[in-house]
Design a binder for this molecule. Structure first.
Ligand SMILES: [Zn+2]
Length: 251
């Protein structure tokens, strides 16, 4: 079958056999896919290491799988690398890639997630606080996956006042009156709700102007987004544990 040429972000790389790698890609044309790239770990390989490095944006040819085997990747070329200054930015960028890999359904075409990830990588290389970009991206992803997120009206009665709770299951806020209808909804403060609404309407390129969001508010925001994601997660492990350190000591 004819190959498909597509741009893609590399979400994960796994060494495979003697000289090959398996790549998880978020591609423009085929959605999230897994494929094998052969022979690139040989000293004489002509493929540049950055062209199969996690976080790189590449152009690659994809050969559809034959009889249940892995897809075959061929001749990747680097379109853009996202070198992060410092261990923290680097770690948060890797967390973003993992988040996408974990939550995006296989082969679901989601070009908007690709774009949001590219914008986030771009912002992460600048001066913006990486925690802000992380939470911004996660909020965007929750919405693009169709998991919510209603922040302005009660999800059940559509009232706009007294929105004191957030429901992970329903994907948004509840008013005091409707609270009994989701016993697992948790209290959300006006300050945190305010920051969530603000991040939601701020485009990536405007994140730079954000002066300071207190770390505890950002952490709470992240927690509420995790409540929504967790409701949809099939992962049987604590996928958010690596996030623990990213809000500590931030300013
Ligand atoms: Zn209500």
């Amino acid at each position: 079958m004819a190959p498909v040429g597509t741009e893609a972000i590399i979400l994960r790389k796994i060494d495979f056999r003697e000289t090959s790698v398996i790549l998880d890609l978020l591609s423009m044309k085929l959605g999230k896919i897994r494929g094998v790239l052969k022979g690139v770990r040989k000293p004489k390989s002509r493929v540049a290491p950055l062209a199969f490095h996690p976080g790189s944006y590449i152009f690659v040819f994809v050969y559809p799988r034959s009889r249940g085997g892995l897809m075959l990747l061929h001749a990747p070329q680097l379109v853009q690398a996202f070198p992060m200054a410092g261990a923290k930015r680097s770690a948060i960028w890797q967390l973003m890639l993992r988040l996408v890999n974990l939550f995006l359904p296989e082969q679901e075409k989601c070009q908007e997630v690709v774009r949001a990830l590219l914008e986030s990588g771009q912002m992460m290389m600048g001066k913006v606080s990486p925690e802000v970009v992380y939470v911004w991206f996660k909020m965007k992803m929750v919405r693009l996956l169709g998991y919510g997120l209603e922040l302005n009206r009660c999800l059940l009665c559509r009232r706009q006042g007294k929105l004191g709770f957030i429901s992970g299951r329903l994907g948004g806020v509840l008013c005091d009156r409707c609270l009994p209808r989701d016993r697992r909804a948790v209290r959300i403060s006006r300050a945190v709700l305010g920051v969530m609404r603000y991040l939601e309407r701020t485009p990536a390129e405007r994140l730079e102007v954000i002066k300071k969001i207190p770390a505890e508010i950002l952490e709470k925001t992240n927690f509420f987004l995790n409540l929504v994601l967790q409701y949809h997660a099939e992962a049987g492990y604590i996928w958010w544990q690596d996030e623990r350190n990213i809000f500590a000591g931030s300013n």
